[in-house]
Write a protein that binds this ligand. Sequence first.
Ligand SMILES: Nc1ncnc2c1ncn2[C@@H]1O[C@H](COP(=O)(O)OP(=O)(O)OP(=O)(O)O)[C@@H](O)[C@H]1O
Length: 726
Amino acid sequence: MTSNEPDREHPEGFNWSKYEDEVADVANVVDLDAARDRRNRTDDSADLDDDTGPVLVDSPQAQRTPKLDRRGAQRRPLLPAWLRSRAELRDVVMWAAGYAAHVTAYHALRLPKYAGKLALRAPVGLFRTLGGAFRWLFDLEAEPVRQATVRTENAEQYLHLSRQRDRRVRWRGIVALVVFIAVVIGGIGLALAPSWVRWATLAAAVVVFGLAGAPADRPLIDRAVVGTQVAKLTSDIVVRALGVLGVAGINQAIAKQGDRAISFPAPITRDGPGWRADVDLPPGVTIGEVMDRRDKLASGLGRPLGCVWPEGNADISPSRLVLWVGDQPMAAARQVAWPLLKASTVDMAKPFPFGTDPRGRTVDMELPYTNLLIGSIPGYGKTAAIQLPMLVAALDPHAEVWAYELKGTGGLDPLAKVCARYGSGADDDTVEAALLALRDLRAECQKRAALIKGLPKDVCPDNKVTPDLARRVKGLHWLVTGLDECQELFSHPEFGKEAGELAEKIIKLGRALGVILLLATQRPDAKSLPTGVSANVGTRYCLRVMGQLENDMVLGTSAYRNGIRATMFAKKDKGVGYLVGAADEAQIVRTFYLDGPTVEKLAARAYAARQTAGTLTGHAAGQTTEAPSARRETLLEDLLGLFRADEPKLWAETLVERLTALRPEVYADLTRDQLGAALKPYGITTTQVWGTDPVTGKGANRRGIDRTAVADAVAERNRRKDDSAA
Ligand SMILES: Nc1ncnc2c1ncn2[C@@H]1O[C@H](COP(=O)(O)OP(=O)(O)OP(=O)(O)O)[C@@H](O)[C@H]1O
């Protein structure tokens, strides 16, 4: 038992006599009344009792092991994981069938080679068999022993051996004679038998004598598969690897307690194509400290970096490490083909396969009621990742897909043919088209909210789009919008702010309304990814990033602190990232990678399905939308023309009305807020303007625009144009 009183008299060592007394005290018969009395005393009296001895902080009650709560106890699964998951069972069966088919085909192709080898070896085999029979018949194995007795002139021993030999040769001779007669009769029978029997006997003889004639070092059959030998994972190796990480807490604990500093709550087991070790790090050490040093951990384990996947189990403790060490690096391991590769249509409401975890198990993702944010440094698989949910939406003929790729490299071009709206480019027009799409999505959310409100409760009990409603009710179909390289939009000096606000609203509102936003960015910082967006997205996928800030922008606040660190991914980990929000726990996932031609093929299938369902609209149906620049170019001039000479200032709503009347095809969907946002980049801000409401005839102060500000902006823009032309 531990006392909370320091041993002042023996600071340098252990006070044996004091602790012996204490143990003796405990061993003494306890006066229960006196003990109870002591326990009931007030703090004051406890102070007075200071000299009665140290207070025992580890009470007997606290030391008792709590009874096993069978209700709360964790039941171990009846069946192994691969038998409980249909997908995994299918994978295992397919693997076994594929393996058997490969081995059979491999050997079937080599049958002529095996037959040739047997035929060549058969004479040697025949000779060996006859030689063996001869040695057996005349007991030649014992000949050296008999010779040795001759050399030692041991007559008695020689006589004994000779007699034994004679006996053996006698009965072996009889057996040989019987066999010989049987062979002769068999030969005569064979000569009279049909030819196929003769051939079959010859083939059997060739096989038997061919096998007998095989050299010991050259087997007849080639190896159809070559296994890879991988090192085992043992607790010693894990402790050694953790000891070289340079984590002070681990080193101190190992120095004090040796191997006991690190405990293993469960045996190290095979888990999929690798080993799993559950490890309890020393108190005070968190898994984050280990994750940060994944490369050193791999070095300590003596395995390639891509094989070593440390994860946490925060439900148990921040120091519970689940270390999975694969037989092969994750990026090099053969990944199963995307299960939807052969699908002609897909139901978007159902989970779809997004990738595989380090153990090779398929990881699903759901699209309805969530939004997706993907982030990483350039070139690590964002476009490949965003393509998957977009393809799934495209393969559902009742879902509508919009796509904008704002880097201009055409990463989403293969999907263009099925998108109702599509834009690809790094120019302002494409960025503005994406902004207009967000405006329309916002308006769509409002429209859908009103539509849902109007539906009877029994049709729409939860006030949200259900898969059934998405299929049946016009205007409530799934609407999936992908914005690849969305940092170009959010950090745009002219459109960024409005785009950020719109995206945040769409993310918050659209979730329940069937409007789904997919964002991919290579610059996840505060400027390029509005916090309102990063804070509200439901599903996040972060491939390799370089710092904590980017990590937490994509994966959510505190992700890094909780050990979910996409900074641990290495150069080779392309397409490998942390997926958060798709399951209860964060998962390491390697996305299914589809190359351009495959995406083209799937998009063509999706196009055909849409053609059949009659759901090709907008860009996919060949309609062109007006270039947004037309509006940008003319907005200032159009506005200027709307002010009459006696109107130095006008309410924004009056201007919107007049703009819509002037060019309904361009300004029909313009709102007061949008006008304000569109003018901001030119330095035109709205101010309070006094005017008269044409409907009520009453005067009022409302937000409006000053004509001089517009005229100045036009002059400034023209001056800049002239300068750049010169
Ligand atoms: N799941 C994957 N498995 C294997 N390789 C992948 C995977 N995903 C991506 N890659 C590899 O990474 C490369 C870059 O992928 P992708 O173009 O999607 O990256 P990105 O992050 O969008 O790049 P950028 O930021 O430059 O647009 C691909 O060409 C491919 O070779």
